[in-house]
Design a protein around this ligand. Structure first.
Ligand code: SF4
Length: 474
């Protein structure tokens, strides 16, 4: 199971990330580029909101009938010659896949991009069994070379610049340093091509699984998913139970919104429709195909009437791009394979109470809800999780510094019930802080408020004017 740091570690890792100005610059520029592309393709596609409504409706309905759809999917997959394995948790899933690879005598494993295999820590399980598993998505390949985890669910190497990657390739491959993306991509491509040609075992994730036809849909941009699923003799598709949707005709609604919100494209370059192993007369495809369907805490999310909405997620990553917290601390600080707003919801359920502090890592600004292509009410679910956490049997132990801030917030909440007191305090603060202000902003706040201005300026408080409704008639 992927390791989740305790609250203190999260506090420390997020503080360290926040102080890394170069990391913040990379995250800001990459997220802003994603959002610009998204705004453009959305504006060019007027039916976007209708497609979003349709996707929300289909997903909500699918989650409500998950049991029936999974039974239908399983029986259709078996009809098509696939072997289906239901894994209750991450260990069962990775044990099954590694045992299968061993039984096939697999030596060269290739992996298409898949967050679910990150969730079950499949690379580590392969490594422990002495099997080399190579990530073949370019971003994943880069972070694997660095011995890191992805820092974004769509763009795993978002925290790196082309110069970082140039240095990495020089170190690992002994080639002359270059920061030209075309040359770096060509280098990775030629190395990966040789790996694909030697591969005897392939693993990918699944974006959508159609219950009606047993079609598994893999959406990607580099062809690594297609090669991982067709070149090796044994292919394993790994999916969470929530990936199933009822009909083939439903998928077009998701394809219209997924690429737009994920990468600002009209459609991804490769959309593979996989329907079982190689049949007689087929020119390519695996001789054997397995489908691992993973629960790992999803059933308990399903049982919670508020949380179950999070199972609608299609992992587009857009909520990360708009999140003011993610954009400042990046994915690694969360300590979970699923960072950002959706990660703060799913991680406590997939990885247990150690990730219980993540729902608090949000300003609840609502930008994630606005952009989510399947209209998940993320702030509402975060509040629900906070409530569950603070009323549970084992409330979190926060670092002292955070505990002090929480006590301060509670005191403020009490004071805020008295408008006159707040106005008087505002007047006092405006007067005391006036000499420290520069162009209407405070660069450094005095005393215990200094933490506010460590990473940003604070607007100078101004004397509060009483609202019209509270003023006596003249
Ligand atoms: S919660 Fe919504 S915006 Fe975030 S990754 Fe999932 S589908 Fe995308």
């Amino acid at each position: 199971m992927a390791e989740i740091p305790k609250a203190r570690d999260f506090f420390e890792s997020s503080s360290a990330a926040l102080a890394d100005h170069e990391l913040r610059r990379k995250l800001e520029s990459a997220s802003a580029r994603h959002l610009d592309h998204f705004a453009q393709v959305k504006a060019e596609f007027p039916p976007y909101d209708d497609e979003r409504d349709a996707a929300h409706r289909i997903k909500t309905n699918a989650i409500a009938h998950l049991d029936e759809l999974l039974i239908q999917l399983t029986s259709k997959l078996e009809e098509r010659g696939c072997k289906v394995f239901f894994a209750e948790d991450a260990k069962q899933a990775s044990d099954y896949i590694v045992a299968l690879a061993k039984s096939k005598g697999a030596k060269n494993v290739v992996k298409g991009k898949s967050m679910t295999t990150e969730e079950i820590d499949l690379n580590d399980a392969f490594a422990k069994a002495g099997i080399d598993a190579i990530e073949t998505d370019l971003g994943e390949y880069i972070v694997q070379l660095r011995g890191e985890r992805p820092s974004h669910i769509i763009t795993p190497a978002i925290h790196l610049s082309k110069e970082d990657i140039g240095q990495l390739f020089t170190e690992k491959f002994g080639i002359e340093y270059t920061a030209e993306p075309e040359k770096l991509t060509a280098e990775a491509r030629s190395r990966l091509r040789a790996i694909f040609l030697a591969a005897d075992f392939g693993v990918t994730g699944v974006n959508f699984a159609i219950a009606e036809t047993a079609t598994l849909i893999v959406v990607e941009n580099e062809g690594n998913g297609r090669l991982s699923s067709t070149m090796p003799e044994t292919f394993v598709a790994v999916m969470g139970i929530e990936k199933v949707i009822p009909r083939l005709e439903d998928v077009s609604h998701f394809l219209e919104i997924l690429a737009r919100t994920a990468t600002g494209q009209k459609l991804t370059t490769y959309t593979s429709f996989i329907t079982g192993p190689r049949r007689e007369g087929d020119l390519d495809g695996p001789a054997e195909m397995h489908v691992v369907i993973l629960d790992n805490g999803r059933s308990s999310m399903l049982a919670d009437p508020v949380l179950r909405e999070a199972l609608n997620c299609i992992r587009c990553g857009a909520c990360l791009n708009v999140c003011p917290i993610y954009r400042r601390i990046g994915g690694h600080a969360y300590g979970s394979v699923y960072p950002g707003p959706i990660g703060s919801i799913v991680s406590p359920n997939l990885f247990g109470s150690a990730a219980g502090y993540l729902p608090f890592a949000s300003t609840l600004c609502g930008a994630c809800k606005d952009i989510c292509p399947v209209k998940i009410d993320i702030p509402r679910i975060l509040l629900h999780l906070r409530w569950k956490e603070s009323t549970g049997k084992h409330p979190l132990k926060w670092p002292r510094k955070i505990e002090r801030a929480r006590r301060g917030a509670r005191r403020f909440a009490k004071t805020a019930r008295f408008p006159r007191t707040i106005r008087a305090l505002g007047k006092f603060a405006a007067m005391v802080l006036k000499p420290f202000a520069h162009n209407g902003y405070l660069r450094r706040m005095p005393g215990p408020f200094g933490n506010w201005t460590t990473y940003r300026d604070f607007p100078r408080p101004r004397p509060h004017k009483r609202p019209e409704t509270e003023r006596p008639p003249s």
